[in-house]
Write a protein that binds this ligand. Structure first.
Ligand SMILES: Cc1cc2nc3c(=O)[nH]c(=O)nc-3n(C[C@H](O)[C@H](O)[C@H](O)COP(=O)(O)OP(=O)(O)OC[C@H]3O[C@@H](n4cnc5c(N)ncnc54)[C@H](O)[C@@H]3O)c2cc1C
Length: 391
């Protein structure tokens, strides 16, 4: 075990910090207020090499370790949570699924486009009646000659209507539960593929959350990424990296809120003293720092388990639960340190608090992560319904 960053990691962090301070920090509040991050800005992340960091170079990636990618994400998210999320979505999740389980031709066609930022990627799992109980999903994929016909609806899809590719989880046969589920790539512009209204959210507003509608969408069979059968476990395992990436975003947001609150408290005077001269403030800051540090090491441990973007389920879930709940506590304390000022929109901690709130929900709720952790501790499956294997 080595708790020190290597020289190259220190250089990497310094480079990303300089980039973030120049290209992200001045605009993050505007993207939140506009509820939109411009495509030109997203292109800057691809141009900087932040998409496909962990992918092999032959697919347009940089062949970096998951831990190094996590360092980049954390640094970006210190200033802007949505930018961190964009980078996660183009390193893990659907990208990781295609890398690990897609056909060679798919990897060669799709991944370089994503790494270059020419095509953006979403993942479509959640449905109106299938959230935590994902194995209840009903979006159907019916084979017809050399195409699959997709029918159904997805909800709460990050980037809906803004991204060209979506990896859609669908039911390919009549078999209930996980066995009938596979994943297929849908592309913007396919006839019958449309978007429902935007879902307005508390935080992470710069990226559109929305609804995908599939009405007899014909998708070529070449787009089938993961066939049904025993593949559901693969689909879920590829999602572990997404959880670690999302945790790094939550950590970065929290670190940003802490840094801001620390500086404010050190400058703000009441009762003739700086706020940081009061022991209550000192202990508050110390507690916040302890929580952030603990969260950081859980993320780094999970990242260290990674093989080709897939991290271990247990470590990923432990990190996700702790970090996402820590982020809510600590960003809330950051507001408290600023007093009424912290509640105002003219300081970033208000935005950071709203953004941090997403992570006990997005990417699988904290309760569902706890069920996965309990499964490991108890050494037996804990089905919530007879055929549920998502845990
Ligand atoms: C900002 C954001 C972005 C998202 N992006 C995407 C995306 O890009 N793609 C995508 O597919 N989905 C996305 N989601 C959806 C997300 O994956 C789901 O919200 C999540 O899986 C929970 O499902 P649900 O919201 O339907 O909650 P429900 O399943 O209805 O659960 C409601 C509550 O009950 C709890 N609960 C449910 N079952 C149990 C149980 N057995 N035991 C104990 N507690 C339980 C849950 O933990 C939760 O607190 C996003 C969500 C958010 C908030």
């Amino acid at each position: 075990m080595n708790f020190q960053f290597s020289e190259s990691q220190q250089t990497l962090v310094a480079q990303v910090r300089a980039f973030s301070e120049a290209e992200i920090a001045p605009y993050a509040a505007k993207w939140d207020a506009d509820e939109h991050i411009p495509r030109e800005q997203i292109q800057k992340y691809a141009d900087a090499g932040y998409f496909g960091m962990t992918l092999p170079e032959e697919f347009g990636g940089r062949g970096m370790s998951t831990l190094d990618a996590i360092l980049v994400i954390e640094e970006v998210a210190r200033h802007c949570g949505i930018s961190g999320r964009l980078i996660v979505d183009h390193n893990f999740g659907a990208v990781g699924t295609i890398l690990n389980f897609g056909a060679e031709a798919q990897r060669r066609r799709i991944l370089p486009l994503v790494c270059r930022g020419e095509k953006l990627m979403s993942i479509g799992m959640t449905e109106p009646e299938a959230g935590s109980a994902l194995t209840d999903l009903v979006t159907s994929a019916t084979k017809d000659g050399k195409t699959y016909i997709i029918d159904g609806e997805k909800r709460w899809i990050t980037g809906a209507g803004e991204r060209e590719f979506t990896l859609v989880y669908a039911r390919f046969n009549e078999v209930p539960g996980p066995e009938g589920i596979g994943a297929i790539l849908l592309e913007e512009g396919m006839p019958g593929y449309t978007y429902g209204p935007r879902i307005r959210s508390l935080g992470v507003r710069g990226v559109r959350e929305g609804v995908l509608l599939f009405d007899q969408v014909r998708v070529p069979e070449e787009n089938l990424v993961v066939a049904p059968g025993s593949a559901f476990a693969n689909l879920m395992s590829a999602y572990n990296g997404q959880r670690v990436g999302a945790s790094a975003v939550a950590l970065g947001i929290t670190q940003g809120a802490f840094d801001y609150a620390l500086e404010y408290a050190d400058n703000r005077r009441q009762f003739g003293k700086r706020l940081t001269d009061f022991q209550a403030t000192q202990f508050k800051l110390a507690n916040m720092a302890i929580e952030i540090d603990a969260a950081r090491f859980l993320i780094y441990r999970a990242a260290d388990t990674a093989r080709a973007t897939i991290t271990s389920r247990y470590e990923s879930s432990v990190a996700k639960v702790f970090v996402s709940e820590m982020a809510i506590r600590v960003t809330s304390e950051a507001i408290q340190l600023l007093g009424a000022e912290g509640y105002g929109r003219h300081h970033p901690v208000e935005r950071m608090f709203r953004d941090a709130r997403a992570f006990t929900l997005a990417g699988g709720s904290a309760e569902i992560q706890r069920l996965g952790i309990a499964t490991k501790i108890l050494g037996r499956s804990l089905p919530q319904q007879a055929d549920d294997q998502r845990l």
